[in-house]
Design a protein. Sequence first.
Length: 244
Amino acid sequence: MVLFTAELEGSRVQIREHHLYLSSQYLVSVHIEPSEPLQSLRERIKSNPELAHRSLPYLFYLVVDHLVDSLFPILEKLDESTDAVEDGIILRPDTAALSELSDLKRAVVDLRKVLGAQRDVFQRLTTRAIGEVGDQEMSIYYRDVYDHLVRQYETVDSLRDLLSTAMDVYLSTVSNRLNLRITRLTVFATLFLPLTFLTGFFGMNFAFLVGHIVPAWTFWVLAVGIMGLTTVGQLFYYRRRGWI
């Protein structure tokens, strides 16, 4: 049997593979990296040697149970990281939040694949115990492991939904902020439209205009005064409409 554990490195998950060989006389586990769950089981057996004196199927259950249960802390950390990313997206939706969100989603997808396969294996083991003929009571222990896998799979599914929702929130927040910036830029650009018209109008070299705006007061009243009133009127209108 092949079982998988995981280690969380930042927002990324490293999958660790364990091979278990069970016969009527021995149980062998093979893994490349050091296994913290198996080390914990060794310490437990040292403190209570009676555990190793029972049947091999029971020892197999202990090994599998420790390997499966080692995923619960990983899922809790992923849940906490998901909550932190969601809060960060609301406060500041930047590229760092998007990168972390993508890493978390990839980690959840990898775990979902692993847990789905292990769940199917133990679903079959609940009706067919491993070990000696007639050792069917061991199926109760395998059902316990199966229940843990089902809980983990459901948790991963929930995390995947939360991350998908967080991605939608991120995109919506970025879109809203972009719309707000465009609105502000549009307001500033609109303010200069009548000013450009007035300066262009009074800047035309027609004889009538040149002859009637020679005094200084006409420049301040007709040109600067009208442009100032126009700007103030626009700002008041935009404020009333809630655009600024």
